[in-house]
Design a protein around this ligand. Structure first.
Ligand code: IPE
Ligand code: IPE
Ligand code: MG
Length: 264
């Protein structure tokens, strides 16, 4: 396998035979997968280790998810890494997570860039200290022109924050007389939310066994297929993601219409 091969450069070892084979016809794969990466703390607790060890272990699953999307031609992946509510966790855990983000950025960005991945961070980035924020901005600038995969990392993100910041932007325009409030419709509102340049998530995955959205992409998930698994995030691999995509492809998405209307 050449050093430029996506798997090698994304940090994983050689893929087992068949890992490159498409699991579904391209038209049946989700075009955008959004994942709540949950269960790191429980993974660590089950091994008698501190929660931070679970967060560290979760990085391997992040690489597996990125690699899966590259291999399977999924053009957009959005990962929930840190919510607006997670700031309220014990100080030591928040600090450990910030250090982990910092080190991960320093270590991984060049590889992501080499693999043609466009990296973006969505959330209230002003909440981060300057060194972390600057690295995020640099990573975004460096990879802005890449096209193999758009990787959105949601940090200090809340779905409600996203909706409120869109409202604020529109209200500012109305105040400045650049916008007639009567012109606000769903399409215009959508353009002010994060990820508006991408198709909305087709497939929402939450690991760790809980079945809730926890303030992830509230606006964007309106018609996503929801898929839950008890597998803890650090244990996630291509097999788990394959299962999610196969079940996704077997569902009938009706978008409010009847079966008869949507059947080919
Ligand atoms: C998800 O794992 C990672 C973050 C929220 C940062 P958790 O840390 O929530 O793990 P559990 O849910 O406690 O097992
Ligand atoms: C959701 O997980 C946020 C992330 C995975 C980053 P949480 O562990 O914070 O969610 P709750 O608290 O169980 O709802
Ligand atoms: Mg959790």
């Amino acid at each position: 396998m050449s050093p430029h091969h996506t798997a090698a450069a994304a940090g994983a070892g050689d893929a087992p035979d068949g890992a490159d084979a498409p699991i579904l016809p391209a038209g049946q794969m989700p075009r955008h997968i959004a994942i709540v990466m949950d269960g790191n703390g429980r993974w660590a607790a089950g091994r008698g280790r501190p929660r931070s060890a679970g967060h560290r272990a979760g990085q391997k699953a992040v690489r597996a998810a990125i690699e899966f999307c590259l291999r399977q031609g999924v053009p957009a992946l959005t990962l929930f890494a840190f919510s607006s509510e997670n700031w309220r966790r014990p100080e030591g855990e928040v600090r450990a997570l910030m250090e982990l983000f910092l080190r991960a950025l320093d270590r991984e960005v060049r590889n992501l860039h080499k693999n043609g991945i466009r990296v973006r961070f969505i959330g209230d980035l002003d909440a981060f200290q300057a060194p972390l924020r600057e690295r995020m901005e640099r990573a975004q600038a460096l990879t802005a022109g890449n096209q193999a995969l758009t990787l959105n990392v949601a940090v200090s993100y809340g779905g409600r924050w996203d909706i409120v910041q869109a409202c604020r932007a529109l209200a500012r325009q109305a105040r400045d007389r650049d916008l007639d409030p009567e012109r606000i419709d769903e399409a215009l509102f959508d353009r002010h939310t994060t990820l508006s340049d991408l198709p909305p998530p087709d497939l929402f995955i939450r690991t760790g066994g809980d079945q809730r959205i926890s303030n992830f992409l509230l606006w964007q998930l309106a018609y996503a297929e929801l898929w839950f698994t008890p597998v803890l995030w650090p244990d996630v691999d291509a097999a788990v993601l394959t299962r999610a995509c196969l079940e996704f492809a077997a569902r009938e998405r009706r978008f409010g219409l009847t079966s008869e209307q949507v059947r080919p």
